[in-house]
Design a protein around this ligand. Sequence first.
Ligand code: NAD
Ligand code: DAU
Length: 335
Amino acid sequence: MKLLVTGGAGFIGSAFVRLVIAETAWHVVNLDKLTYAGNLENLASIASNDGYRFVHGDICDAALVDSVVADERPDVIVHFAAESHVDRSILSPEPVVQTNFRGTFTLLEAARKHAIGRFVHVSTDEVYGSLARPLEATEEFPLNPSSPYSASKAGSDLLARSYFVTYRLPVVITRASNNYGPCQFPEKLIPLMIANAFEDRSLPVYGDGMQVRDWLYVDDHCHGILAVLEKGRDGEIYNIGGNRSLPNLEVVHQVLALTGKPESLIQYVTDRPGHDRRYALSSEKLMRETSWRPVMDFETGLARTIEWYRANGAWVAHVRSGEYRTYYETNYTNR
Ligand code: NAD
Ligand code: DAU
């Protein structure tokens, strides 16, 4: 089997590509634009594998996407490529709409034209919006996105679903909760707090820090996507959660404890506009229909993640140079 993976140089996409190459005999073609978030260092361990090929390009480029699909004839498309950060989507929504909505459209069109056997659209629990306790979103919950990022993902989910309903393109949609693990760009909560703690820099907690997220180790997410790819039913949506809900402040406390740094590094800063208070996800459907379960407990996963960042200082220094500094100043100065 051959997979066309989009966004395979990013955090989750690269973990998925490494997993597929390690655990299956499938071939992978990775189409990635290499934005600030794409990093081929994430794929160094498999780059020379005979079953792997990299194509540098934009999923919004219809001619390129069509020629890659026509030439490679993949059996399956697994679509990760996205502008994935909520704060950036608030500062600059245009690329988010372009890649997340228009890019998904371009891929769906190529998949339809070339009659692709399965289209796995990787989405997020953020499309359900903020949920009051004790609700947990099932796949039937209404879409209620708050940020340009989550709205663009919700829109792309609807477009993907329409290709199943209208054209019978075999689409399956996954909606995962907050991922963490190695190779995550240090704009997201956990790697940002780890990188800052290492350098004794302040840890910027938005608002009161009591917003709740459900934490999913990246390899558990990738195994969930594999389960959906192999056993999911056409036209269906599958939630993939970590079953570990924590307030942000608790996560930050754990990072400080594991890095041996003082709580005085915590700095409360102005809240994110439109900040969703609580995400909560039921993965009951995926667990019922497949043997998938999230297996990593948060404490072990966080310790492992911190050790990865400690051992990969060069990776961190590289991705935090250049563009990251401008972003950091824009998002955090005067907050
Ligand atoms: P990421 O930002 O780390 O990586 C995104 C990748 O997509 C990068 O390699 C980037 O170069 C590539 N890309 C961006 N625009 C592109 C374009 N126009 N054409 C081709 N490639 C492009 O993102 P991530 O955190 O790995 O997220 C991957 C997917 O998973 C996204 O669709 C995201 O919405 C979804 N998701 C993420 C999380 C999470 O916690 N990170 C949770 C649920 C769902
Ligand atoms: O829920 C799934 C989503 O999780 C994915 O779809 C997104 O791609 C991914 O970025 C993530 O979105 P969040 O906005 O939840 O993740 P982030 O790491 O940016 O923030 C997590 C929480 O931490 C959120 O409540 C905001 C807060 N936060 C974040 C940062 C970067 C802070 O308090 N301070 C910070 O500096």
